[in-house]
Design a protein around this ligand. Structure first.
Ligand code: COA
Length: 325
């Protein structure tokens, strides 16, 4: 089996900052409530850029950091719950934008675990020798599926994109991977699409709102449970101690979830790298934005281990231990 290295990271967020005060003019909420329940202070919201626009910018950033020729990219996996269109895939739009003419491209839908699932898929293609260079992107324009009148959800989300380049290499950069799903609990976080309503349909259904709704408490419980489980299991499986993991990058959903998990694991919450205070929950983009930040700020050096963990709609979850090369 080939070894897989992460050779570049990238990210992009829209320039418009929407803080909690601005939201308090739209729904009955306030900065104190949002910060104390979630840790979120502000988020970036797209004015016109769609998911492919942000994904393209994150991809260009990652290609630059990896110092590769765009023609080397043989696979583009794009994780999103907010594609530009049903057809073509957002991955194919990015391919057109960056002119990655040698790539096979497709989208995956795994909500906030999408970035982890995407790396898992790309790594398998590289390990088996099918492809040698892959671009994995997590990108979301959640603002287009947010109900801006629903204070339970609209305070949580933001827009953004992130990317990594994986390549066949001499050293192993992906130490271990663990993923799973529980479709039986899918109702806890939904964003409905187009219902069947054709000339054969007996009952005429009206179009739904197409916005996200959620059982916040269910998701909170699931997130705490799965984060604790994955951290414990993956550390044991990798043969490293928790002390040897420099950072845990969780999906950036809620700071209170992280505090709960840190307490249950008996570790300092500072081990969890967070930037949700300034970006909110950007779903499939969130882990990659944080990973890019860690690399660009030189917070890690060669040999450091990072555990990334996603969880979210589906329900889905997954973690990867990365070694910085
Ligand atoms: N501002 C002010 N009050 C709000 C509010 C807001 N933005 N949103 C909800 N409330 C109110 C509720 O209406 C409720 O009022 P009531 O008691 O009069 O009915 C009260 O605050 C408590 O609501 P509750 O839903 O119990 O709050 P909570 O402590 O569970 O926090 C979340 C709500 C959404 C912050 C929390 O459940 C959460 O973060 N869950 C995880 C969500 C998540 O991360 N989803 C994405 C995962 S990928």
């Amino acid at each position: 089996m080939n070894k897989v290295e992460i050779i570049g990271t990238g990210s992009y967020v829209p320039s418009k900052v929407v803080d909690n005060d601005e939201l308090s003019h739209m729904v009955s909420t306030d900065d104190e409530w949002i910060v104390s329940r979630t840790g979120i202070r502000e988020r970036r919201i797209s004015k016109e850029e769609n998911t492919s626009d942000m994904a393209t910018k994150a991809a260009v950033d990652a290609i630059k950091s990896a110092k590769i020729d765009v023609n080397d990219i043989q696979l583009i996996v794009l994780a999103t719950s907010t594609p530009d269109d049903f057809i073509p895939s957002t991955a194919c739009i990015v391919q057109k934008n960056i002119k990655a003419v040698n790539a096979t491209c497709f989208d995956i839908s795994a909500a906030c675990s999408g970035f982890v699932y995407g790396i898992d898929i790309a790594a398998q293609f590289i390990r088996t020798g099918r492809f040698s260079t892959a671009l994995v992107i997590g990108a979301e324009t959640l603002s287009k599926v947010t109900d801006w009148q629903d204070r339970n959800t609209c305070i949580l989300f933001g827009d953004g994109a992130s990317a990594v380049i994986l390549q066949k290499g001499d050293k192993e950069g992906i130490i271990s991977i663990s993923t799973g799903s529980d479709g039986s609990k899918g109702d806890a976080l939904v964003c409905p699409a187009v219902p069947v309503n054709n000339f054969l349909s007996k009952t005429k259904v009206s179009l739904n709102k197409g916005t996200v709704s959620m059982n916040g408490k269910e998701i909170f419980k699931f997130a705490v449970k799965i984060l604790v489980k994955l951290v414990k299991e993956m550390v044991v499986e990798s043969g490293y101690s928790l002390k040897e993991i420099k950072y845990i990058i969780p999906h950036q959903a809620n700071y209170r979830i992280i505090e709960f998990v840190a307490k249950k694991l008996g570790i300092n919450p500072d081990k969890f790298y967070t930037n949700l205070d300034i970006y909110g929950n950007t779903s499939a983009a969130s882990i990659g934005i944080a990973l890019d930040e860690i690399y660009k700020k030189n917070l890690v050096k060669s040999g450091d281990k990072i555990l990334i963990i996603g969880f979210g709609g589906g329900l889905t979850y997954g973690g990867i231990i990365i070694e910085v090369l």
